[in-house]
Write a protein that binds this ligand. Structure first.
Ligand code: PMP
Length: 423
């Protein structure tokens, strides 16, 4: 039902771009997994607020009070959007990467971390100062749960442990069995953080129902492109950890000591990790997007997106040279993120041709998930596929892939143009 496009219109639908063949065409933004276009609603809300913008938390003026209210209300809106538990904290960050690095910096001493090799680098790499166990790529959701359970059974049962898992892959779009992984983690005394960067824009995420301890996502993938992200979840580890950034706003009381040093009492609320002047517009725009998605209704959005997914997959299936990348197979539930290679084509050249000849914006490369893409392509760990990959001759393996991704506001014409261009 294309009416969802008008229900949740996005910016940039009328932007035209030049074609190498002459003339111009409206831009087909099919790289939502990298950054989604902003919802018109988010843009309008931000524009309406902009004249009233003021400093938060510290100003006595009317506009400062208003901005502080909007900022704190944004926190509540996000908590509702994620169906957080009563005691959960919502910390505003710069992005998912920032959120996961914050949590990594807040791990208790001697924490073990378990992470699948299939993760985006943002969820694969921040834990490197902890004791990390990297888990092999599973080939079914059930294997993912079994692999995690095996690893947790073998762990030192006394120390703290954290599992980090993505909700939906930024490469295959496949949805991971988060609830089951969370249950497995908890049975073995571990906690779990959900990287919802790709899941939250496309599916409802309930912290309570999934029983995850933390969730992280980015505003710019959730149709709110103002450099803001979220880490939401249990307060204890966050309140006990050193502040992520030291500075004003995070500190409740600072005083010189008799010996000349400085004593600091830090906040135990989300402010502890939000030192400095916060990105109010970023937080406000995330809240605006959360409201817009909730009002449109995820049932409607998911059904519409499934139609787009089916259209693209059916179109790609008609091209014998195309191989769609998948861990869990055709029947896995997925979001609108599809990666593929085309036999005989260098993926970078293919993506460049989609842009130059058809005005279609996709992404090529290894999508900041190098181990996963190499596993899916069957290429050697040292293979360089990100930039400057050599031309793959017919029958040769590609070293990188092409990714098409879409969501709210994507019209039929964009995916139809894409499928026609690939054909
Ligand atoms: N996790 C996943 C699954 C992602 O797709 C991305 C972005 N591609 C990130 C984390 C990182 O998000 P950001 O760049 O906004 O920090």
């Amino acid at each position: 039902d294309q009416s969802v496009c008008t229900l949740l219109p996005v910016l940039g639908r009328d932007v035209t771009v030049p074609l190498v063949t002459g003339g111009e065409v409206t831009y087909a933004a099919l790289d939502y997994a990298a950054s989604a276009p902003a919802l018109q609603r988010v843009w309008d809300d931000v524009a309406a607020y902009a004249p009233y913008y003021g400093s938060v938390h510290r100003g006595a003026g009317y506009l400062s009070q208003l901005s502080t209210d909007l900022f704190e209300n944004a926190r509540r809106t996000v908590a509702e959007f994620l169906d957080c538990r009563e005691d959960d904290q919502v910390v505003f960050t710069r992005s998912t990467t920032d959120s996961l690095n914050l949590l990594a910096a807040a791990l208790p001493a001697d924490c073990q971390v378990f992470v699948f090799e299939t993760e985006h680098h943002a969820s694969l790499l921040p834990w490197r100062d902890a004791r990390v166990t990297y888990l092999d790529a599973p080939r079914t959701p059930a294997e993912a749960v079994a692999t995690l359970e095996r690893a947790l059974v073998d762990r030192d049962p006394h120390g703290p442990a954290l599992v980090c898992v993505t909700g939906a892959s930024n490469v295959t779009g496949e949805i991971w069995p988060v609830r089951e992984l969370a249950a497995a983690a908890h049975v073995h005394g571990a906690r779990i953080v959900l990287d919802a960067a790709q899941l939250a824009p496309h599916h409802p995420v309930s912290v309570r129902e999934l029983a995850v301890d933390w969730v992280a996502f980015s505003g710019h993938k959730l149709y709110a492109p103002f450099g803001s992200g979220v880490l939401a979840g249990r307060a204890d580890w966050l309140s006990e950890a050193e502040p992520y950034l030291a500075g004003g706003g995070a500190s409740r009381k600072v005083a010189r000591r008799a010996d000349g040093g400085v004593d600091v009492e830090w906040h135990v609320t989300a402010a502890r990790h939000e030192a400095g002047s916060p990105n109010v517009i970023g937080a406000y725009s995330i809240a605006s997007a959360c409201k817009a998605l909730t009002e449109a209704g995820f049932d409607t959005l998911v059904a519409r997106e499934q139609y787009l997914i089916d259209t693209v997959r059916a179109g790609l299936a008609e091209v014998p040279e195309v191989r769609v990348l998948s861990l869990f197979g055709d029947d896995a539930p997925r979001v609108g993120v599809i990666s593929f290679v085309v036999d005989g084509w260098n993926s970078s050249h293919f993506a460049a041709a989609l842009s130059a000849e058809y005005g279609i914006g996709v992404r090529d490369g290894l999508f900041c998930a190098h181990p996963l893409v190499r596993t899916l392509l069957g290429s050697a760990p040292e293979a360089q596929g990100e930039c400057g990959a050599p031309e793959a001759a017919p029958g040769e393996k590609s070293l990188n892939a092409i990714r098409v991704s879409f969501g709210a506001g994507t019209p039929d014409e964009h995916v139809e143009r894409f499928v026609g261009a690939v054909k």
